[in-house]
Design a protein. Sequence first.
Length: 567
Amino acid sequence: MWSKITVNMRDLAAKKEPLEEEYRELGGRALIAQYMIKNVPPQCDPLGRENQLIVCTTLFAGTKLTTAHRLSIGGKSPLTGGIKESNSGGYAATLLAEQGIKLIVVKDLPEKDGLWYLYIDARGNATLKDATAYRGVNNYEFSEKMREQYGDNIATISIGSAGERLYQCASIQITDFTSGHPSRAAARGGLGALMGSKKLKAIVIEKPEVKYQVEYFDKNRFDEACTKLNKLIAEGAQNDPFHNIGTIATIEVTGATGILPVDNFSGRLFPQYTEVGANKFMTNLQSRNGRNKCACQPGCVVKCSNIYNDKDCNYLTSALEYETVAIMGPNCHIADLDAIAAMDRICDDLGVDTIEVGNTIAVCMEAGKIPWGDAEAALGLLKEMAEGTDFGKLLGQGCEAVGKHLGCKRIPVVKHQSLPGYDPRNTKGTGITYATSPMGADHTAGLTMGRAFDDTGRAAQAYASNKLQVAMAFADSMMCIFAFAHAVNGLPYLAEMMAALYGGEASASRLAALGIKTLLTEREFNRLAGMTTADDRLPEFFYKERSAATGSQFDTNDVELDTIFEF
């Protein structure tokens, strides 16, 4: 039976017990939604006693399904004020599954000042340890100190000084399987601030002495279906640009079509996009002894991650991804891949969301705080965040707070969370997802990509967004969405695996129902938290300002947005 660890920060105690039966067939985003609607008061203070930090594995954790070891982290978002699930790769979920741990919940606040980390040893014992010596220590140094103390067979889930300072753009960083660096981020929604409010510096997990054995309803049946699905995904990945290059390959698609955000979502084209695209990236990797085709977690066949070195062939950052490059690059009029990589490294170390921070920098440029395209000035803003200057603290509160402070008219946020790297005027189904997702504007909630849906009418756009949001809700409950993209033709295998693992019916409708229930539960949490249909809208300038690149504007009407989840 799977285990659950409850950490009570008021008592400074960690208790390990069997996982409740009601959560047995859940994982990832679905588990967080169902746990929160029952256990977290929707109107609670995100940084107060009643909010909880939730860490969990997927519903296929512990099995041989490729990418089944995503880590989901959730709670009421300090940034959006609504429900939040942010998931990441890395090594932590694998070790939790090998420990037989499905769920960790962190409750309440300490009675005294201090800082602690949760340590799960090789025998599965969970204890809180004093972390005051690591106060203000950022993620790279912290993870290295943990390896010095406990050896290399560990994974860390940690916050940097941004989380300790309760920055609303604070991320939670997870160590990567290939590099061991804290470069995988549960970044969105400010969950690092939630972790910081609990005075929890980190969760440190050792590889267990005895690996937990998953209980199957029919193991042979599961293994047969899983082998077929893994093969299908592996074959699809061989021709996937994410496998052969990395997610940065998306730049070549969005840069040529007007989808790539430029100059704070101005709608302009950025002719220099190739300077931060796939060819430049691959040239730099090859000439500097960098690597792509890296797996962030054991058993991944997509291997979209990378190790990016500087001009002197020294390690700079891991997992330089499309979203970071798009938002910190062209959206800030920066065409220097090394500068973007340097910003990425600082963000991972400090523990902040590169999407939120990149948009915040762009807003500073829009308002004239620093010049467009000035990478040194952008790095200077990150330095202010790291040093905790008055303006640095404001930067830590995110794009909307900074935009309003500077009097900026174009502030690209939904539910107080800034937009990822796709201009919704030129991929309108994605714009609908941004507007209506319970998570706020989010790059994993259901991207339609391209303009294929724009030319077939509004109904097709809403339809695509609806179907993809459902698909992503159940994908985020079971595996990496990049692997799931190659599993679409293997849905019968997934349904078979569900039945073989948990019993019951083997049907695709079972998977869809999981996605639909998750979305509706999340929306109900947000409604109870005080959100209304007015929160399901893009910023006004997307409706009024046409994209200079294409002439398009976002023209989906309110009725269509309000009815998208009337299944």
